[in-house]
Design a binder for this molecule. Sequence first.
Ligand SMILES: Cc1cc2nc3c(=O)[nH]c(=O)nc-3n(C[C@H](O)[C@H](O)[C@H](O)COP(=O)(O)OP(=O)(O)OC[C@H]3O[C@@H](n4cnc5c(N)ncnc54)[C@H](O)[C@@H]3O)c2cc1C
Length: 381
Amino acid sequence: MNSEVTIIGGGLGGLMLARVLHVHGIAATVYEAEASPDARSQGGLLDIHEYNGQLALKAAGLYDEFRALIQAEAESQYVLDKDANVLLYQADKGNGGRPEVPRGELRRILLESLPAGTVRWGHKTTEVSSLSDGRHMVTFANGANESTVTTNLLVGADGAWSKVRPLLTDEKPAYAGTSFIETFLYDSETRHKASADAVGFGTMMALAPGKGIMAHREGCDTLHAYVALNKPEEWLAGIDFSDRASTLARVAAEFDGWAPQLTALLTATETDPLLRPIYSLPIEQTWARVPGVTLIGDAAHLMSPFAGEGANLALYDGAELAKAIAAHPGDMEAALTAYEQEMFPRSASAAAEADRNMKLFFNDKAPQSVVDLFTSYQPVQ
Ligand SMILES: Cc1cc2nc3c(=O)[nH]c(=O)nc-3n(C[C@H](O)[C@H](O)[C@H](O)COP(=O)(O)OP(=O)(O)OC[C@H]3O[C@@H](n4cnc5c(N)ncnc54)[C@H](O)[C@@H]3O)c2cc1C
């Protein structure tokens, strides 16, 4: 099969690219490894920024649908110390600069905006290769079958462990030194009241040097927590995460002496604790232009989540690449050059911010370092 635009990965970046191309009358096909839209829970709330994620949603013609998803009060933030003393509270002023929406719902409105058949589910890319004429061939495993497609433009929107990235660069994600353990507590107002009060209706960050417990209130009543530890990968490898009881005991020991309403966000989890090590690519990630292929989102510039920019950049990259393709009919290389020239510096600046913030979250002055960060916020140039 021959195809004009082939997008690998149906996350926020890949779907946004397909949607904005569609708005401009350009067809694309998205190949997604997951078997269906509901194959995996899509995670928690994302704050969508006025200067990138929201601009992409406007370019997609989905801004009103996005605004209907905003969760009230979710922009409020608490910074606590380990004894649950409140060091900083910032209310949700409702002025919409960084409103929070559920990631799964955002993905749903993008999916529903695409022509039927745009996304080919259950197509896991196993191999990509360059042909001599600037086109690429992609091989998919779909169940027991294998299929291939040849394409004029191949876009890797396939996240942290991109199969497309090696066509452009040898860089691989490196462990950033911090890992999250993800937990959920349901019906929190009735069953976990003390923790619900500590979290409030938005985000709570309880921090100390080298560790922290962070949580969001989601929907009406779910507490979604990330317990963070600065530990080497070898230390984490010593925990059997399939053994719930020993995992909780081992991680809780690191929070000995913390306020019980905070540690309960770990120990009272109603889901099995899930390890999420944080990886990143180099801050100044670039590559020389290779005809017929590019990357967007995490595939291009994986960074730690401490600037809250990854999903926003994925949306923005998708929209900007689509606009560049539409603005350069018949000259794909000019479109890719224009897109990459702007993408490299904007992702480097967000990656530098994420790196700075991650250090401030867990340095020797935490949590005061984070109070200072939020009260005099300066973006990294
Ligand atoms: C704990 C945590 C919290 C975060 N919080 C925030 C936040 O608050 N705000 C924010 O902006 N960002 C946040 N991020 C970052 C954000 O999740 C990512 O930057 C964003 O999801 C990137 O989108 P993407 O479309 O590039 O990639 P992804 O969302 O990773 O999507 C990639 C898609 O490609 C598919 N795929 C992968 N491999 C293949 C293959 N071989 N073949 C076919 N398909 C494939 C995957 O199944 C997936 O659907 C957070 C990240 C983490 C880990």
